[in-house]
Design a protein around this ligand. Structure first.
Ligand SMILES: NC(=O)c1ccc[n+]([C@@H]2O[C@H](COP(=O)([O-])OP(=O)(O)OC[C@H]3O[C@@H](n4cnc5c(N)ncnc54)[C@H](OP(=O)(O)O)[C@@H]3O)[C@@H](O)[C@H]2O)c1
Length: 190
């Protein structure tokens, strides 16, 4: 790398899973995300989400996640640029057009493009998208919050890999609600 070259975009995952590793039911439902002891939950507790989001300057998500977020009724990411990965034409509502764009790029190409555009830290979201980025060796950090529920089936967070990925455990925090959040640094493939 020459001194003039920008450092490569870093990518992080911040996601919630069932104890058995699913991020959504087969039909995409995430109704179970509020499982846990609601009476023990501090209403102001956000599990570090706002602090994490402040470190992010671009979102990368798969079409599955994008379409789910559109059903929330409000776009939760403000004006932070968002790249939606899909191999098919994507409907982007007019009010989101200033910040949302579609891409068919591979993880490697997308990271190169976003680095060239000056982005420094991506929030990568969606099961298939996270799996693609992990397989390409392009995730630096994982923050996984385990919800105390077993779903038995659904859309998995993790999938097949071309080789093992070694991780360093950074921390694990248990919350009164029963949620358990672990952070890992990705060391590399072996
Ligand atoms: N528990 C949580 O915290 C959490 C977080 C995020 C999402 N979710 C849930 O997870 C579900 C979505 O996850 P998902 O596993 O379906 O994965 P996803 O990554 O959100 O979406 C998968 C789609 O992304 C597209 N895609 C990904 N990489 C691509 C690439 N390089 N080039 C072209 N297209 C690419 C494909 O779209 P095409 O088929 O159009 O090509 C693929 O079908 C939703 O139900 C959402 O609510 C849960």
């Amino acid at each position: 790398m020459t001194t003039n070259e920008a450092p490569r975009l870093r990518a992080s995952v911040y996601i919630a899973t069932s104890l058995d590793g699913f991020i959504a039911r087969e039909n995409g439902d995430i109704d179970w995300l509020d499982a846990g002891d609601a009476s023990a939950k501090d209403p102001s507790e956000d599990y570090g989400y706002a602090a994490f989001f402040r470190t992010v300057d671009v979102l990368v998500m798969g079409r599955g996640t994008y379409e789910k977020v559109l059903t929330f009724g409000g776009w939760p990411y403000g004006s932070t640029p968002a790249i939606v990965l899909s191999s098919r034409p994507l409907a982007i509502p007019e009010h989101l057009a200033p910040s949302v764009e579609a891409s068919t790029a591979s993880p490697a190409d997308l990271v190169e493009q976003l680095t060239a555009r000056g982005f420094r830290h991506a929030y990568v979201d969606g099961g298939q998208t996270i799996q693609r980025f992990l397989a390409a060796g392009l995730i630096e950090r994982l923050i996984v919050t385990r919800i105390p529920i077993l779903l038995g089936a659904g859309k998995p967070l993790f999938g097949e890999l071309p080789s093992d990925i070694r991780l360093r455990h950074v921390r694990t925090d248990a919350f009164p609600s029963g949620l358990v959040q672990s952070e890992y640094e990705v060391l590399g493939r072996s």
